[in-house]
Structure formats: structure tokens, C-alpha cells
Write a protein that binds this ligand. Sequence first.
Ligand code: ATP
Length: 395
Amino acid sequence: MSESESENTARQSIDDEPSDHNVRIDEFTKVYRSGGEDVVAVENLNIDVRRGEFLVFVGPSGCGKTTTLRTVAGLEEATEGRIWIEGNDVTGKDPRERGIAMVFQNYALYPHMTVRENMSFPLRIRNYPDDKVDSRVEEAASLLSIDDLLERKPSELSGGQQQRVALGRAIVREPSVFLMDEPLSNLDAKLRVQMRTELNEIHKRVGKTTIYVTHDQAEAMTLGDRVVVLNDGKLQQIGPPQHLYDNPTNQFVAGFIGEPPMNFVPVDLRETANGYEAHADGLFTIDLPEQHVRAVDEWDGPLHSVTLGIRPEDLHDAESDGQRHGGTFEAFVKVVEPMGSDKFLTLTPPDGGIEFTARVVPNSNAAEDATISLSPNVDKIHLFDDDTGQNVTSK
Ligand code: ATP
């Protein structure tokens, strides 16, 4: 099996040496009983988390990310399945017996304690000797660049500094796994981006397995060694962020990963002398490139109807960009948003209909309420089977 194929299977690393796994989520299902009804929060999830990796769970609200993290932590009971940490079956074990440390959105530092006392607390309640407490706290403080804040109270710290103290409190325990649930969501947008970079650096230095939950796809892309996309309690895809971006396994992942999101256009696939063309009424007829023709021919199952996906950056302004990848087609420009590094165009077919987006070069002459000639990068298009949502063209 190729690496890309293996990333798409539900449990991709089952053949690894057991020592490569730090956490194993094994056939995990969680059903809540709510108002007399069963709510299936997570369904048959199988994931092996590799030692030292930064694994990010991402998905829309209610997809089951927090439930999964809380079950790994021991704060929720699995309805079915088992959780393994460091080769030990910890299902049913108390959170304190799991060798994990958690950092949550609500980092709840003790307001009456100094930073040093806050960070010492988890060690003190475990009766660590004073010299060990001091050395671990100072080491963590230096790692997080908060050495000079140790004698301050939380109210004398910025949001980012408070978040670092919360991380420090987890680090001093030297857990084998860090569990983080939206730890940056209380910070303002700029600080979030800065803390993202810092978290990356801290993770590299600490080198410990981290499972991180967020609903923010940009955070998932920038932080994760691998990203797990969940929807409606089910695993959609797991893999390195770029792999998910380039090869989404289905239309849900394609639409969820990437901002602005991928454009979707219903098309008719028509046979031609050399293969197929994708025809979108009133908009374009695109000859499918060879590898797409092969993918359609090799598709296992009927293809009743198809949706074409193309990312905004793969639609070029044919006039200013000079990147001609094949034919061109006309579209009507509704809105031009200059972003500095590029321009976002909101477009429709010339006679109206679905809206879609192009991300074109900043010197594009695209004008609102006028037509523009677009050149799609046909090698980058995706085709989705409308019956199953599966990506016919993903590698
Ligand atoms: P968010 O990003 O909004 O926190 P999430 O992906 O973390 O969402 P979960 O909190 O894991 O989602 O919830 C998954 C599903 O389980 C949702 O449908 C939710 O309503 C349901 N759920 C969660 N906790 C309970 C509970 N204690 N009782 C009943 N249903 C619950």
C-alpha cells in the first residue's frame, strides 16, 4: 500500500511496531443518553497516535472531538471500545493513572497564587520534594520564556502569558501525553497566531505526544503533524495537513480544509474521443486531464452524477496571470476584495447562478460588474461522486 493510500484507511498505522504508538483509540464508540434518546457522539473510531506526534482533531461543532479527547483523558467512559496509552489498556482507569496532562480553553489559574505557586501545584499535591518542584518549575518557565514572571499573580499577566503558565503547569508533570482542547480560543486573533507558532516550538522542544482539539482548520493545518477530520462522529480522513489539502478523500474534507473553501460546481461528464469532458451549464466545458480520465475509468461503482471541485487559487485571471493551463471561460465578477498579496473575486456564471471564488494575482484588472476570462488549472480539479461524496480523483 502506498503512503497516501495508507493515510486514508481508518487505522493507518496498525502495522507499526507497538512502541511507535503512544495512544491507541480502539473501536471507540460513545453514545450519550439525552432526554430519553440516544445521541451517538462518536462511532467506531480507530486511531493510533504515534510517539511524539502532534495530532489535531478538527471538525464542526458537535462532531465528537471533545468527547474523544475527554475519553482519552478518562473524563468520559467509552460506550464501546478501548483506550491504550503506552501499551497499557487504560479504559476505566482514573485520569490520574493515565500519565496525561490537560490544557483546556478555560485555563483556570488560581488567582491568589503566584505563577510559581500555580506551576508548583500539581507537583505539591503529589508530594514532590521542594528541590524537585523548584527545578521542574524553573526548567519549564525557562522553556516557556516566563522566568521573569514567576512571582507575579495571574491578574498581572496578559492572556498569552496566562496561557503559557497553564501550559507550564502541564509540562512540569512530565506526562507522556498532552491533551489540549481549544487552548487558544480565549485569545484575540493576533495572539492566537503568535501562540500557534510558540506551541509549535514548545512541542518541538518538549517532544511529547500531543492531541489537540480545534474547530479552526487553519490552526489544524499549522499545528498538526497529522490532522484527523471528524464529521458527525465519524472519521473522515487522517493524514498530514498538505495531504488532506491536496487529496481530500471526500467532499466534506474538501470543503472543510482550506480558506476560502474549495468551489463546487455540478457537472455532466461526457465521453469524448480521448476521454471525458466536464460540462457545467452556462459556465464551462473542461477536457479532463489524462490522470482524471483514468480515475473515472477505474472508479469502482456507478457514477450517476458528479460535482467538480476547484480551489480558488487554481482559477487564474487569464489576462494578468499569464498562467494558461488549458482553455479559458468567462465569468461575471460580483465583488473584488484586494488582500494585498492577492485579490479574492466573488463570481457567477455570466447569466447568473451559483457563486464561486477565485484567488487571483494582485495586479489583476478584474472589475466589479464586468466579465473576466478565467483559466482553470485542470490538473488540480477534483471530481466527487454525488451518491457517496467520495473523491473520484484523490490519490
Ligand atoms: P464543539 O466544537 O462544539 O465543542 P465537539 O466536536 O467537541 O463540539 P462534542 O462535545 O464531542 O462535540 O459532542 C458530540 C455530540 O455529543 C454532540 O451532538 C453533543 O450534543 C453530544 N453531547 C456531548 N456531551 C453530551 C452529554 N453530556 N449529553 C448528551 N449529549 C452530549
